[in-house]
Design a protein around this ligand. Structure first.
Ligand SMILES: NC(=O)c1ccc[n+]([C@@H]2O[C@H](COP(=O)([O-])OP(=O)(O)OC[C@H]3O[C@@H](n4cnc5c(N)ncnc54)[C@H](O)[C@@H]3O)[C@@H](O)[C@H]2O)c1
Length: 454
């Protein structure tokens, strides 16, 4: 392929700016993904500007304060002392050399993709787009989003007639800006793998875009893996998350069978995990949570319909995982019943509402569904979570609760462990409680007739 001179020169200039750490990096969406990413670039010496529509986040960062538990306020202050600014003035996007989009991709009320955040972001970028810029989408989404949704908006609404550099351009129709997709693969709460050591996948709309994106990420990640297109990169992320979702559903289903057969699923998983090949352990739980695993697979199911294709594994896994909070409620009812108590009128202390241990993220947490189900059954419910001081209103819930102190556990009819935070002393919890229903095997190794593992 012949790369036109203007496009080649612009690409060369950007590459050189990246190599010299002079490229201005704009990160759109300063949440769990965008803020740590911004800090990595600041740490590597890049001038970084973060953009968000949430003025509280902008104000907090401008004051040098963090709003994410695992990011210390000192890190924000250090970044501010270097070249980091946060703003909601999107006209400043024109100053950026590379723009990375990290906005949410939730489901809509019909369980289909809600791409409104990507669309709004594309519309915010387009008027300020200029030749030579690199735009990268990081939000998890269905294959085709970058090429079919993002690029057309950028091209249609930029008013300067700028076109994206494409794989098949001829010298006359060359692009003026570069586009790539690169999925975020972070594992919140995982302290064993440094973010830098997670290989970064990159798919460019054309080889030059791929090379520029690889060069930009090469500055902060130890390994960059290029794939042939944005769609291949989009699909890679979905494969990873669907693999996880399906395997969690598998162990959740086998847990239900093991309970019926009087077997301990955790013992079985630990034994199977000793096999040095062909097996990777996944663990059962009270249901899926987080912004990724319960949501992303349905982005693919939705897209597959366009191809008359039914993604049966995804649907089945979804059905099993969605049923787990109902299993928890039924197990709690059975455990109380053994003590001649009913759900109706019981006072239950729920431990851990974050969707997984040692993090402060409540999104799609199964604890929220469990609380709603228990309230419907007439349970008075309190919760404790060292990372979540209160629960307000979210996409699918409106609970209005505050974290209760972890004391007088003997006054509750049952303590229900939903998230196994490491900071809890499970021995004392069992000792002080009348009854403990444990959905995570957090009480492993503790022998007590008060414990019901479910
Ligand atoms: N959180 C994770 O662990 C994780 C891991 C891998 C991938 N992802 C994916 O990364 C993406 C972002 O996830 P997140 O967890 O950071 O979400 P988040 O909700 O924590 O952050 C998103 C941010 O984008 C901002 N925003 C929304 N619309 C905007 C707009 N038009 N312009 C500017 N800012 C806007 C929000 O105010 C928010 O601060 C999602 O697609 C998610 O699936 C997340």
């Amino acid at each position: 392929m012949i790369i036109p001179v203007i496009q080649a020169t612009q690409g060369y200039q950007l590459k050189s700016q990246i190599e010299k750490r002079e490229a201005k990096v704009g990160v759109i969406g300063l949440g769990y993904v965008g803020l740590p990413l911004s800090l990595l670039y600041v740490g590597e010496g890049f001038p970084v500007t973060g953009f968000d529509i949430d003025q509280r986040k902008i104000d907090s960062l401008t004051e040098g304060k963090s709003y994410i538990y695992r990011i210390a306020t000192e890190e924000i202050q250090e970044a501010r002392a270097k070249e980091f600014a946060a703003t909601s003035e999107f006209q400043r996007l024109a100053e950026m050399d590379a723009i990375i989009i990290c906005v949410p991709t939730p489901l809509n009320e019909h369980q289909g993709p809600d791409t409104s955040f990507i669309i709004n972001t594309a519309r915010a970028i387009a008027p300020h787009l200029r030749a030579g810029q690199l735009v990268i989408l990081e939000s998890t989404t269905y294959p085709g989003t970058t090429e079919e949704l993002l690029v057309p908006i950028l091209e249609r609404e930029n008013q300067k007639g700028l076109k994206a550099a494409r794989h098949d351009v001829t010298s006359e129709t060359a692009g003026e800006f570069f586009v790539a997709f690169s999925p975020e693969r972070e594992d919140p709460g995982n302290t064993t793998v440094a973010r830098r050591d997670i290989p970064k996948i990159v798919g460019g709309l054309d080889p030059q875009a791929a090379e520029l994106a690889a060069s930009l990420y090469g500055a902060i990640f130890n390994r960059v893996v290029q794939v042939s297109s944005p769609a291949a990169a989009e699909m890679t992320k979905l494969l990873e998350n669907i693999y996880r979702c399906v395997n969690i559903a598998l162990v959740n289903e086998l847990k239900l069978l093991c309970l019926r057969m009087g077997l301990d699923i955790w013992e079985v998983i630990d034994a199977a995990a000793t096999k040095p090949f062909g097996y990777q352990p996944f663990y059962p739980g009270p249901g899926l949570g987080g912004h990724c695993i319960p949501i992303d697979p349905f982005y693919l199911s939705w897209k597959a319909k366009e191809f008359d294709f039914c993604t049966r594994f995804i649907e089945l896994a979804g059905e099993i995982n969605v049923g787990m909070p109902y299993h928890v409620v039924a197990s709690l009812a059975a455990a109380l019943n053994k003590q001649k108590k009913a759900l109706n009128g019981a006072h239950v202390m729920l431990l851990g509402v974050a969707y997984k241990k040692d993090i402060d993220d409540l999104r799609e947490s199964p604890a929220l569904t469990i609380i709603e189900l228990l309230r419907k059954e007439g349970v008075t419910i309190s919760y404790n979570d060292p990372y979540i001081p209160s629960i307000g209103k979210g996409r699918k819930y409106d609970l209005q609760m505050s974290c209760a102190p972890l004391d007088h556990l003997e006054e509750y009819d049952c303590v229900l462990i939903v998230t196994d935070h490491s900071s809890y002393d499970y021995g004392s919890i069992v000792e002080e409680s009348q009854l403990v229903v444990d959905t995570r095997n957090a009480t492993r190794g503790i022998l007590s007739p008060k414990i019901v593992r479910c």
